[in-house]
Design a protein around this ligand. Sequence first.
Ligand code: NAD
Ligand code: UDP
Ligand code: UDP
Length: 319
Amino acid sequence: MVLTEQQVMVTGGAGFIGSHLCERLIERGEDVLCVDNFFTGSRSNVRPLLINPRFEMLRHDVTIPLYVEVDRIFNLACPASPVHYQFDPVQTTKTSVHGAINMLGLAKRTKARILQASTSEVYGDPVVHPQVESYWGNVNPIGLRACYDEGKRCAETLFFDYHRQHGVEIKVARIFNTYGPRMHPQDGRVVSNFIMQALRGEDITIYGDGQQTRSFCYVDDLVEALIRLMDTPAGITGPMNLGNPGEFSMLELAEQVIRLTGSRSQIIHMPLPADDPKQRRPDISYAKSTIDWQPTVPLEEGLKRTIAYFRGLLESGQA
Ligand code: NAD
Ligand code: UDP
Ligand code: UDP
């Protein structure tokens, strides 16, 4: 355990990835200020931390300025699943853009180092495969996903301009699909949908023909990478792809989930949402060489742990 005595702020810290990150930072001996408006996150995600004297929870919306003294900021606040980010798209763009401006303003004033949770969605429906950081992407600026994709792209722009113009120390992580315990059971993402459907014996809903691909990273691996990226020397800004290069079609994922749950669910096909990317896989060479990182949890193992979590929710009546 390293006692660094840093005051670390995690925005979106009561969400899926944020709560795991807060937990790991507390284990490392950091003081953690978790800032969240509970739009998609919840107190229950951080309940075990609430009694820890090193952990502080602040209900706050990052689109509103915030004056606190911190050394490091992980900026994760933003709904991540298409169902949630399309619920109030204007608010989603505001969260990414105004949220980034406020958190960068805070970083500038306090001379804090700041990490942005960006996304593989900045590549849109990619024509370069696997995706490398130098690829500029293929995003529809006026589509249903644009509030998220373009919001995150603009946030990256702000991060690099605060860095160049004001000398703010930045780190930009491009996170690929991440899954694990504490995903919201109703957030509509493919891993949570398939597992909940399989456990309930409901039909498994594949959108389109199921040939589209994604690469799924277990949350513990991702959190390790975020912490390593934050710890890199000042000159390293990213953007850095963080994800698991194992690539699976949605059909393959459905079959794995059915096998691992022992479910009798049937696969059905539903319409493919607009602008749904056809393929996605990170090239993680830059992460490997810079932070000496690659994922360690194979999909089957991660799915087993996630299935156990959702089974627990169902058995205790929480889902
Ligand atoms: P999540 O929805 O579980 O977490 C987001 C958190 O941000 C929630 O706790 C929510 O309440 C909070 N939040 C939303 N708007 C806010 C606002 N205006 N002010 C304060 N808090 C706000 O999602 P997640 O999967 O944990 O994602 C965390 C971050 O990682 C997001 O920025 C997301 O874009 C990014 N990311 C996630 C994935 C993934 O596959 N999970 C992939 C790429 C990028
Ligand atoms: N800001 C904040 N906390 C701080 C410092 C700034 O929330 O500790 C906000 C501030 O309200 C401003 C934004 O961050 O709107 C950008 O700050 P910056 O200093 O870049 O811009 P300025 O204050 O000059 O508009
Ligand atoms: N998907 C699916 N069935 C579902 C939910 C999603 O087939 O019940 C598909 C979706 O169309 C997409 C992929 O799974 O092609 C990943 O979707 P998710 O929303 O998890 O993430 P994203 O599209 O943001 O990568």
